[in-house]
Design a protein around this ligand. Structure first.
Ligand SMILES: CC(C)(COP(=O)(O)OP(=O)(O)OC[C@H]1O[C@@H](n2cnc3c(N)ncnc32)[C@H](O)[C@@H]1OP(=O)(O)O)[C@@H](O)C(=O)NCCC(=O)NCCS
Length: 216
């Protein structure tokens, strides 16, 4: 992460970028203020930047790491919704959110350095599949979702309850992920299947990058 001096230097040498950074930091502070007023259980690390609407709601806990950038746009909302007090959403440092919508009743845990295009993640079915679903006695299935570090989730994707996605993997555009995804591969389709697996050299290049970043 840049020092304050480096940030000031970058801001002066490229004013539109500097302004964009300041606006995104201001939006982040507004978002934190709103959460505090609404008494959301929201916690975030350093340098949160919010460029568009970022909706945090529900009675559960939301914990964000450092250096998270929330992008989005008119048709790309970022929204983290918890259904109950015990629900927890965790998002690791340096993750980029560009249209993620999470509905969480138990736990959704996202690692560091992930990239999200417009995607839906649900750790609950929200309704029972049984025909008697309007009855309040019928249980609704839910199971935590885990997304490990450096996962890239492409656009128009759905990740459903109980899925674990392994480190470095990619979810191709349009995929519906219903089963665990191993690390270091690309999956796509509905239901998602492995399209390719990364070579040892490709994996090592990524790991070397992270080792270097950790040292900084
Ligand atoms: C993930 C992605 C980049 C993979 O690209 P790639 O590694 O170059 O894949 P390839 O073009 O080599 O295709 C490999 C195989 O997977 C298939 N495939 C590629 N993308 C697919 C998809 N989205 N769904 C299903 N199958 C797909 C190809 O048909 C090909 O199959 P074949 O070998 O039988 O012909 C691409 O699928 C994708 O999703 N692009 C959009 C990314 C995105 O959402 N960006 C938004 C900004 S974050």
């Amino acid at each position: 992460m840049d020092s304050i001096r480096e940030k000031i230097y970058k801001g002066i040498s490229d004013p539109s970028r500097g302004l964009d950074y300041l606006l995104s930091r201001f939006n982040a502070e507004c978002c934190k203020f709103l959460c505090a007023v609404r008494r959301n259980r929201f916690q975030c690390g350093r340098n949160l930047r919010v460029r568009n609407k970022f909706d945090i709601s529900g009675p559960g806990r939301v914990v964000l790491g450092d250096n998270i950038l929330v992008e989005g746009g008119p048709f790309k909302i970022n929204s983290l919704y918890t259904f109950g007090e015990n629900a927890e959403i965790h998002i690791g440092s340096n993750t980029y959110l560009n249209g993620i919508r999470v509905s969480c009743s138990e736990g959704v845990r996202i690692g560091k350095w992930c990239i999200f295009a417009d995607t839906r993640i649900m750790d609950t079915d929200q309704h029972s599949v049984l025909p008697n679903r309007w009855s309040t006695d019928v249980p609704v299935e839910s199971k935590p979702v885990i997304i490990e570090d450096n996962v890239w989730v492409g656009l128009a994707t759905v990740i459903i309850k109980g899925v674990q996605i392994g480190r470095n993997s990619v979810i191709a555009a349009g995929a519906v992920v219903t089963r665990d995804v191993p690390p270091n591969c690309v999956v796509g389709g509905n239901p998602a299947r492995i399209l390719k697996t990364f070579s040892n050299e490709e994996i090592e290049a990524a790991e070397a990058f992270f080792r270097k970043r950790e040292k900084k």
